[in-house]
Design a protein around this ligand. Sequence first.
Ligand code: NA7
Length: 547
Amino acid sequence: MSDANATTPPRESATRFDVIVIGAGFGGLCVLHKMRELGLTARVLEMGDGVGGTWYWNRYPGARVDVQGIEYSYSFSKEIEQEWDWSEIMPTQPELERYLNFVADRLDLRRDIQFATKVVAMTYDEAHGDWLVQTEAGDYFVAQFVIAATGCLSAPLAPNIDGLDSFAGVTLLTNQYPKDGFDFSGKRVAVVGTGSSGVQAIPVIADEADHVYVFQRSAAFTRPANNRAIGPEEMQAIKADYPALRQRQLNSFSGTLHFGAVTHVAADPDDKILAAPMEKRLSKVDELGWSAPWAWSDVMEDVEANKAGVALYGELVRRSVDDPDWAESLTPHYPIGCKRPILDTGYFDAFNSGRVTLVDLRKDPIRRVTSTGVQTEQEQIDVDVIVLATGFDAMTGALNRIDIRGRDGRRLRDEWTDGPYSLLGLQVAGFPNLFTITGPGSPAVHINMVMAIEHHTEWIADCLTYMHEHDYRCVEPTVDAQNAWADHVWSLVDGTIRASDSCNSWYLGSNVPGKRRVYMSYVGGQIMYKQKCDEIVADGYRGFRFS
Ligand code: NA7
């Protein structure tokens, strides 16, 4: 706490705004711009010392978005669309960070962003109908509204591996990666974790390092990104097509267009694939390549179709990885669709390079980290660097790490012990005037994240305008409406492969020890979700209570 605040009660010392926004990533920047358009005073509090959020922290080698940049970008500014050139179909982290810095400058956003400011607590003040927000440095802010743009994959998860602190070499986290990068040349490197971050990082680190040891607990479903550069002429054509592209995105299930064409086999009446002999099934690998495992439209609903997909995936891995034992280890033995699919660049090739060794933790688990490296049950592997690519406390982690107290002192993280209840992933009962951008219960992580952010931003702006027009000061969902929404969200996954016992994923929270196993995202797609949002608004904000 600063000296000035030491004798002054927090409320009196606080700086006042209409809106406090937490986070200056894709969400926070979009929200800040919108709040200004509404004529509201807003301050963004950002933990990092630059804009970018996810794209600020996850600066590990090989980090790139796994949808097209031209789709994963703001549509609200036609000027920015025309002024920004993407150099690749799937841009790297540096390019995405540059884009967000460009947006921040272009819209003059920085003057309302306070960097290096971590929000640690916030309390709803019933008497005044506003929030008291506290930072780690002991500064206070009062605002009628708080909009948490804290991200879905932003609370890093340290692995519970004994002895990590005793390692005398360098430990790097993919999701808190050093700003100045790291020189791997001549180094022996351990990478723990083979989710998207590990799979992206491993080939790039292997190109530079002396040797990479990959410590794999679960094999990943990954396929080639087939990324490529975008030339100036193509970029010009894309710019001319932006209005139509955005419309196509809006008309699609997920707001991303390049995953569209994998269901064509199901439409083929001669292709009774499940009844076919394995030889015929395997011919799909020749015909469709890495699309083959996902080729049946019912792969997410039908266990047998899913098993056929997994078998085809194994065949693709066997064809890609020279060492048969490693190929077997690199083949997942859980259903396709449990975890978020990964797009890679040269992942399996890395295992053929002679510079990468696979350590299958299912066969030889890590016992502990020692001062010189990683000790498994069977061997000691000495390394100079350990890279932890061990994921996030997804969806709820970033919010739960803030001490958020709503009405009657109730704490958000306690309210969410049995699962992240919310209405539309936008608001939680008992926490008036707190909005969550892409909160749990919304489709964000299953659709184009930037589209999800823009939609939530617009929805919140419309809600604030409605409140202003009706002279309301507070909005929050009713418990009944919130429960009904949770039932709806869960009904869409109940009995499906996604929630089956054989699935463990961050969608279910099963990567976090002690976290309740509940599916946290809406899988009905963006069109159905927006319809639900619109219906609620058309019905006088049904399920929301204004006062
Ligand atoms: P993920 O996808 O959660 O991957 C984390 C990886 O770390 C995964 O392979 C885990 O194995 C592994 N892990 C976690 N803890 C351990 C321990 N203790 N020992 C060994 N291995 C461990 O996170 P990412 O950062 O890769 O990607 C997150 C999302 O960002 C991704 O889905 C994209 O949407 C972008 P497990 O699978 O749990 O057995």
